[in-house]
Design a protein around this ligand. Structure first.
Ligand SMILES: [Zn+2]
Length: 235
């Protein structure tokens, strides 16, 4: 199993690691700062650099559902690595930081829009959430000003773990969440934006909402009965 360093600290830009397995579909490391595609947040890109300077570009990071292995997908024509190779795993930090900013912004969107979230996607320049609400229920200008207010207020965003027992003993906590936390794994990771939003989430986020920067609501799309897609972009 790969140690997932990004869970404890989303601001790690690189780490020393060892190649465990070099598969045709991806390189497995003993530890990594690369977030794998999940929960609507894209997998990270970057590079693996050996001490002799050999550099393997990484275009994407995915999780093999069958084995749970985290696969660092090499660029076409990249030099081969072998098990045991020591590498420096380095993120394309600017792209990842934009994912963190937009992902955190979608938590705020969740707090602003009254409605059940049915889907979502983060990208480096924009993000979206789908809400189970009726036509005309959403006001674009209001959502935009509320988002920017919460960003300017610079709320602290803190990931924390909670045990299944603790969760079961705190029904009020679950009631404040718009997404029901998964149970059975023993513990659940929550993102707590103080006084604004509390959700089960395994993604990477910025530490304070001010770091998101100003945003605009680009559009609200009608995706069918009781389905409104709110698209947010960096201003
Ligand atoms: Zn999140």
């Amino acid at each position: 199993m790969t140690e997932e360093l990004f869970r404890a600290d989303g601001y790690l830009k690189s780490c020393a690691a060892k190649v465990v397995e070099a598969r045709p579909d991806g390189i497995v490391l003993d530890r990594t700062v690369f977030y794998y595609e999940s929960g609507g947040q894209p997998g990270d890109s970057g590079r693996l650099v050996r001490a002799d300077g050999t550099t393997v570009g990484i275009t994407d990071t995915r999780r093999d559902k069958a084995t749970g292995a985290i696969l660092h997908v090499p660029a076409a024509g990249a030099p081969a690595l072998a098990p045991g190779d020591a590498v420096s795993a380095e993120l394309d930090w600017e792209r990842r930081h934009r994912h963190m900013r937009m992902h955190t912004c979608l938590h705020l969107l969740c707090a602003v829009v009254p409605g059940q979230v049915t889907g979502g996607q983060v990208a480096a320049d924009k993000g979206r959430l789908d809400f189970n609400v009726a036509t005309g229920a959403l006001d674009k200008a209001h959502i935009e000003s509320e988002l920017n207010r919460l960003i300017r207020e610079d709320h602290k965003a803190t990931p924390r773990w909670i045990s299944d027992e603790e969760l079961g003993a705190s029904p009020d906590l679950v009631r404040t969440m718009s997404v029901k936390p998964p149970t059975g794994a023993g513990k659940v990771r929550l993102l707590d934006i103080a006084g604004v939003d509390l959700q089960p989430c395994g993604g990477t986020h910025v530490a304070r909402t001010g770091e998101i920067g100003p945003v605009v609501v680009a559009k609200i799309e009608n995706k069918g009965k009781m389905n409104r897609r709110v698209v947010v972009q960096f201003a």
